[in-house]
Ligand binder design. Structure first.
Ligand SMILES: Cc1cc2nc3c(=O)[nH]c(=O)nc-3n(C[C@H](O)[C@H](O)[C@H](O)COP(=O)(O)OP(=O)(O)OC[C@H]3O[C@@H](n4cnc5c(N)ncnc54)[C@H](O)[C@@H]3O)c2cc1C
Length: 385
């Protein structure tokens, strides 16, 4: 939906092939300011903030019981001159806003049916839909998720990894204010992340072993509330779980290329990794922004080989860096090896104690390259003085 809006905004004629949006997704997504600014350019912005919460402080707490533990690291948006890093938005709110913007856009058609079959030729991509309709286009944007049938049709190989982890996702009320702080508790099974919602409410993504996830979602409300209160070290007072528990099995996937044969991959078709540090959709929105910039430069035929090669090379560093960093952090949590724990603890200790480095990572976390740009401009400023 984001790719469709962005391409239509730039004057391309767009057809979406896909199901009606899900209304039962209780998840929330933390979107950082650069991603929100991109959505604003496409006409989706202020209205989603009224049902979302700003993220002013982000904290990492080492909640492992290991010999080597890291100190608490706190990132404050004010340290880099921002009011918030981003906003935590309920997926239903974001999806509804995108759907409304699409319905209002004359250049977007929505065929509410799955693609049953792809026919790719040097001149065009042809999607045959389950409804019997067909769509021909110069460029097909594969936003069809981690299993991406379009990616398979394009013949792009994928390295996959099944992880011994599942995320339990739910929202909960609490008796103390969250102060617009998100806390990521690092545990031996993965992160357990609380993210603020409006009022005394938060969302939770608790990564555990798959069998523990089944056990947690089968608990009654009172017992599950107690377990969560215990896990988040009672920082928010009494916890009361809200209806709607979901389990997401975790996996990793990285394609060998990000575009080929008239198909460009965006979102989880292009990268899958565990939900640590709110990176997935933020990275997906950067895919879309780069794809649109490439399509504009090849307006005559945005799906030609030259355009797809340019998209592939522009996305590669960002996708590889994010996938590598998140996978490494996840692996260091799961690892029982002392050197891995020492490396994680040492990195977080340095980060916690050295403000300029923290500021660098905060900027890089929001937008790749912005930490380097800010560092270089500060150095230039100092040299001038
Ligand atoms: C628990 C959890 C928490 C997360 N939290 C965050 C966060 O805070 N911040 C963040 O940035 N990211 C977060 N993420 C990551 C984020 O959710 C994903 O990056 C994002 O959902 C990927 O979107 P997508 O559109 O690529 O894939 P999907 O959401 O999987 O959508 C794929 C779509 O393609 C459709 N489709 C499939 N096959 C076909 C076909 N043949 N024809 C047509 N359509 C088809 C599907 O029906 C589906 O609608 C989180 C992920 C999880 C699991």
């Amino acid at each position: 939906m984001i790719a469709a809006l962005g391409l239509a905004h730039e004057g391309f004629s767009v057809t979406i092939a896909g199901p009606v949006i899900r209304r039962d997704d209780g998840r929330t997504t933390a979107l950082m300011l650069p991603a929100l600014r991109i959505l604003e350019q496409f006409g989706v912005g202020e209205e989603i903030k009224t049902k979302s919460a700003p993220l002013r402080v982000m904290r990492i707490v080492d909640a492992t019981r290991r010999l080597i533990r890291s100190p608490i690291v706190t990132f404050r948006a004010a340290e880099i001159g921002e009011d918030a890093f981003g906003w935590n938005i309920p997926n239903n709110v974001l999806n509804s806003a995108l759907e409304a913007a699409i319905s209002a856009h004359a250049a977007i058609q929505w065929k509410q049916s799955h693609v049953a079959q792809w026919e790719l030729s040097p001149g065009q991509a042809l999607a045959r839909l389950e409804s019997g309709a067909a769509i021909a286009a110069q460029l097909a944007v594969a936003a069809d998720g981690r299993l991406s049938p379009a990616r398979e049709a394009a013949g792009i190989r994928v390295i996959r990894r099944v992880l011994p982890q599942a995320a339990v996702v739910l929202n909960f009320g609490h008796s103390r204010d969250h102060g617009f702080t998100s806390t990521e508790f690092h545990t031996e099974t993965g992160p357990c992340t609380q993210v603020p919602l409006p009022g005394r409410h938060s969302s939770l993504v608790w990564v555990v072993k798959p069998e523990q996830a089944d056990e947690l979602v089968s608990l009654d409300d009172a017992t599950l509330s107690m377990r969560i209160e215990d896990r988040v070290q009672s920082i928010l007072g009494r916890v009361t779980v809200e209806p709607g528990r979901q389990i997401y099995p975790l996996s990793g996937a990285l394609p060998a290329r990000f575009a080929a044969n008239r198909i460009a991959l965006v979102g989880e078709a292009a990268h899958v990794f565990p939900p640590i540090g709110a990176q997935g959709l933020n990275l997906g929105i950067r895919d879309v922004a780069d794809l649109i910039a490439t399509a504009i430069r090849h307006r005559g035929d945005p799906g030609c080989d030259k355009s797809l090669a340019a998209y592939d090379s522009v996305r590669r560093p960002d996708i590889l860096a994010r996938t590598g960093a998140v996978s490494l952090l996840n692996a260091s949590l799961l690892s029982d090896m002392i050197p891995a724990q020492m490396a994680r603890s040492a990195s977080l200790s340095v980060l916690g104690g050295f403000a300029p480095l923290r500021a660098f990572f905060m900027r890089e976390g929001m937008r790749p390259g912005s930490g380097f740009r800010h560092m270089m401009s500060s150095l230039r400023e100092q040299v001038r003085r």
